[in-house]
Every structure is written in C-alpha cells, then in structure tokens.
Design a protein around this ligand. Sequence first.
Ligand code: PRX
Length: 636
Amino acid sequence: MSNFIVKSQKQYQELYKASKENPEKFWEDFAEQEFIWYKKWDKVLDYSLSPNPDELDIRWFEGAQLNITENCIDRHLATKGEQTAIIFEANDPNEKPLHITYNELAKNVNKTANMLKANGAKKGDRICLYMPMTPELAYAVLACARIGSVHSVVFAGFSAKSLSDRIMDAKCNVLITADGGYRGSKITPLKEIADEALMSCDCVDKVIVLNRTNSKIAMEYGRDVWWQDEFAKASDICPAEVMDAEDMLFILYTSGSTGKPKGMVHTCGGYMVYANYSFRNVFQYEDGDIYWCTADIGWITGHSYILYGPLSAGATTVMFEGVPSYPDMGRFWEIVAKHKVNIFYTAPTAIRSLAMCDIDMVIKHDLSSLKTLGTVGEPINLEAWEWYDQHIGKSNCPIVDTWWQTETGGIMISSLAGVTKDIPTYATLPLPGIQPCLMDESSHEITQADAEGRLCIKHPWPSMARTIYGDHQRYADTYFSSFTGMYFTGDGAKRDAKGNYRITGRVDDIVIVSGHNLGTAEIENVINEHPNVAESAVVGYPHAVKGNSIYAFITLRGNSLEESVAREIKELVAKTLGPICKPEKIQITTGLPKTRSGKIMRRILRKVAAGEFENLGDVSTLLNPECVEDVIKGRV
Ligand code: PRX
C-alpha cells in the first residue's frame, strides 16, 4: 500500500501539508517508490516560471531515464500477465467485445512498434495518429512511446484542414489512419479526409492504414501500406527505448484564443508520475475494478485516463468505439451492465443529453456494479449533477468533479472518491502537490478564503506542459505573462470558506462546446474567408445540453443575400474546422460594437447572445454606441 494514495481526510491534510512544505521531497519520494527507472535523476526539479521565453523552463527528474511503456506494460507481466488490460467495446453492440490481457497488450504494442520502425519511424520523430477508437489506436500510442517517437493524436472528427495544420505544425513523417471509422450508424471516411489533408503536407512519407470498415479507398503506391499486412510481418519482441525524463512523450493540440491551435508538449518522466498518481488518488482504483472513461483518445482525458494513468496502475480500462446514442440512448448504461463497470467517468454534456431521455433507458439496465462516478471537461450544473447522482449512482456513489486541462496533463482539483467530500458543482480541493490560488484583476493574490478570481497555480507540478511545440514565446505569453511567477489557467473560479474551488468558466476567448475547447478567433478567421463577410465576432452562449454553443455576429459586404450567406458560413466552418465548430446561431448585423481603438467589444456581444440586456456596462465610451440597440433588436 502506497503512503501517497490518500485513504482518509486526515491523511489528505497531512499529505497536502507535506507537499506544500517540501514539494520536491514529496514528488521525489513518490517517483522513487512507484516506478521503474533505468537511472535515477540528478535533480528533482529545476525551474523558472519567468514570462521571458529565454528564461521560462521547467524540468522534472532531470538526468533520469525510463520508458513509460515499461511502467504501463512490462512491469505488470509477472503478476498480471493474464489480467485484462483493455476491454474493447465496438460501435456495433453485436460485435464481440475483446478482452486484451497485459500479455497480449505487450505483444501487440511490440509488434506495432516494430511495424513503425520498419516504416521509417525513429526516436524523436513525430507520428500523427488519426484513428477510430479501436485497440490499434492504443497500440499505436504505446508503440510510439516504446520506440521514443512522439505521438500527436488528432481526434478523428476533425476536418482535413485541421488535420493538415496539425501534421504540418509538428512536421510528422508518418501518419497512421484507418479506411473509415464507425460512429453510430455512420462511417467517417478517415482515409479520404487524410488524403485531402496530405495534399497540403510535404512532410509525411508513410501512411499506415488500418482496415476497419472495409471501405473502398485509394492507396498511394510507395506511400500507403496496410496496417494488417505490416503488423503480420512484425516481431513481437521490441526492447523499450531508453528515454530521458525530459524527452518529449507527446504533442496534443488544444484551441487557443488567437487562432492557431497550440501543440502542448508533454514529457516522459513527469507526465508518467502525475498520470499514475492522480488516477489512483482520484478514482481510488482497487485491483479487480473495471474502469471506464468514455472520452476519446483524441483528447487529453483519453491520453491520461484511458491509457497512461490506468495502465501504469495495472488497471482494467474500457475503450468504447461508438457514441452514447447508438443504437439507442441507453448504450452507456448497457455497457456498464455488460462489463460490470465499477468506475465510470464521463462529461457533463453527455449526462445532460442522456438525462433528457426517457428514464426507462436507464432503469432497464443493471447499474449495481457502479461504485464511483466522475465528470470532466466543463462545469456541471446542479440539475445534471443531481440526475447523475440519483439515477446513475442511485445516491450511493461518490462523484468526482475533476478540474484540469490539456496543459496540466492530469487532474488538479477534485474530490478523492469516497475519501474527501464531494460537493455538487464544486471541483472541491486540490490534490496534494498542487497549489492553486486566486488572483484579482490587478494581479494581487486574493488571500481570504471566501472569494472569486482568476485561477492560477503557484508551483510547478510534474505533468505540466513544457512548451507549445515550436512556439515557446506563445507558451510564455499565454500562461506566464498575466500573473508573475505563476501559471495562469484561463479559468475563473470561486472559493468557499473551507477552500473548496468551484470553476466558473473561461475568462478568455475560448468557448467550451459539449466539452470541446473552441477558440473563437479560429472560427472568426474561417468566417472571414467567406467573400461576402466584412467582419465577424464569435462568442459562446449558454446551451441546455452542450453547456455552451457558438453565436456568430456578422457584417456583410455590399448587399449580399443574408439567408444564403448564413447557410454557406455554417457549411464553410463545418468543412474547414469540423462540425463541432459550426455556429448554432448567426446574426447578420449592420455593425459590431467597438472600442475607440477599434477592438470589438465581445463582452457586450456575449451578453446579447445570452439574452442578458441589462448591465451591458457603459456603452457611451464606444466608437459606435448606436449599433448596440440594433444588435439587441436583431438577436436570433
Ligand atoms: O475551462 C476548464 C474546463 O475545460 C478546460 C480545459 O479543457 P481541455 O484542455 O480540453 O481539457 C478538458 C479535459 C481535462 C478548463 O480550462 N474544465 C475542465 N474540467 C472542468 C472544467 N470546468 C469546470 N469543471 C471541470 N471539472
């Protein structure tokens, strides 16, 4: 039993105190006790959180050597070789689920690793994975880690343009994709999208294509090979590459507030330590538990809490290929019953949409195996929390509301299941080792307990992103320039008298739609490409199921036809960025409220979109105050 896995409120307080007094000793002891290192570190932590990119630097466990797959796979084989590592539940409920043991996982990852090597992948290369949620995606992620290639997983719902931007940004030389991906009753033509993306990429010289849907696709001679052929040829023995703790493990893109997505860079040692630590503490996983996180591996939640966290802990993790609505809205609950899931982790947007269905969809499935529930990705409203608690947890399961980000690598603020208290709509307390604080707008720390402010983290933690790939300046500007000497999350939060945190939402130009981060600037850039658009402003507004949705205010050139433009813009955004970015509402307006320096006042537009016409603030200082009334009148 590890001393670092909290088992009581008292132990939480003791560990929290110890971690704050001496963070380096805290993380050193945990890292030393819980993992296989080929070589120990020379120094636990070296850092500067300076806003100057020449100085900004974070290094954990420098000098140490390891391979994360040794810790996620090999070390379990002696005692857990025949235990299931991954349960694969296919999109089609009639397709037989797979129970992949740790022994099988080891072989399959090694074969995939050798297949990658045979196709030109080397240590340090960036490999793009644009794949459906099949076990091969897990093998591919782990195979990259095994040979020291850097994986960049791109969610298989993204468009050709989004895919090609990400491939080019990371200069990937290998792409792994599939002929198609099942999503409910539809097939996403992944290879076709990838082919379109590759027309504007000159860096990819090998494409490995998994046959999943038997779709008719084109294969380019010399560039494209079939996964199944290459995999069959590969040996199942592949020694793990020796990696330095600060070597890159992966890049994962997240939306930014200034257009281009940011390739967050995570490194091998610190990420492994924190993914394992947070998984075991938050979910209180016990041997034999069946754990299911419903996220896609295309997002950070899938990286940390379908793969690396659970596998490093020797857990059994469920991977689901499909969607919650197929073949009916009871699918999640059917899977829980079928695999006797004990720990279930999903997003508020899924909870809200399932809560709107007939309750029979829930009642007819036996959910008695559940002992812990979790949520992630956005604030959960009280109504959804209560429904989840009552109908899924039968008022008998702790609910961990886990606050974290792509940038943080792992869960930062959350209750620990059944150990520390959960409070509806609150993420509650930081994990030991994490030091959040609230800052006011004039950059002062708010020290009183009961307060509201901008959420920052004061001290480095092992799994924080080290940079934005290829743009350290942007990393410094985005996260370290707003408040001196600390990491700024971009979120606002409230804190109660007992120190519990409640996340209120983003304070920057990022909108979270159905749990997906969307940068409003990126959407505006696409809308502005339409020949009839003069100017646009995109904001989020509250939506009952999606949490937020996208509202675009647009001014047109000349006398364009409003209706056709609105339709074309929706299509353009869906095609360029992917359907999740499509504006739900488009308002054509004659002017956008601007400051005297010409900046669009999004604050006012956000209120109009939300239907809050009072407290618009002082509009008299605007360059064009008269347009506010028009904007209000034209609200759709
Ligand atoms: O605004 C916060 C929200 O999601 C953002 C991070 O999004 P992403 O990098 O895509 O990672 C999502 C999965 C970790 C945060 O800045 N967010 C995430 N979890 C919560 C949340 N907001 C409120 N409560 C949460 N539990």
